[in-house]
Design a binder for this molecule. Structure first.
Ligand SMILES: [Fe+2]
Ligand SMILES: [Fe+2]
Length: 121
């Protein structure tokens, strides 16, 4: 059944993030894909943060802090990306996937409800 209550751009971007995480776990793709994941995550976080700023979202500070933690984890994990073997890429992918899933189903859900109620999506 088709869902009709999503904020479309947010939902679509989350799906792309999961696709990139799948690619991170694939053999031989670490350096480029981690870079793509970093860029895409940054664009996505920036867009959510822009909406929160424009709408004066009450949960903004905690949400931005959560994004910042992901930014830091990702930057740290990307640092020696060319030395990552297949196993560590899988660990990175699994770790980030769990973080993102938790984030999307808690803190992003609240923002989504706020955006839908505000008609600004
Ligand atoms: Fe998000
Ligand atoms: Fe978020």
């Amino acid at each position: 059944m088709e869902k009709t209550s999503d904020v479309i751009w947010q939902d679509t971007q989350h799906q792309v993030l999961f696709q990139l995480l799948d690619q991170v776990a694939e053999e031989g793709s670490a350096v480029e894909v981690l870079g793509q994941l970093r860029d895409y995550a940054e664009n996505h976080f920036s867009l959510e943060e822009e909406y929160m700023r424009l709408l004066d979202y009450p949960g903004r500070e905690a949400h931005v802090r959560a994004h910042d933690r992901f930014r830091e984890e990702l930057a740290e994990m990307s640092m020696d990306a060319d030395q990552h073997d297949a196993i560590s890429r899988q660990v990175i992918s699994t770790f980030l996937r769990e973080w993102l899933t938790r984030h999307i189903f808690t803190i992003d859900k609240e923002l989504e409800a706020f955006l839908l109620a505000s008609d600004a999506h």
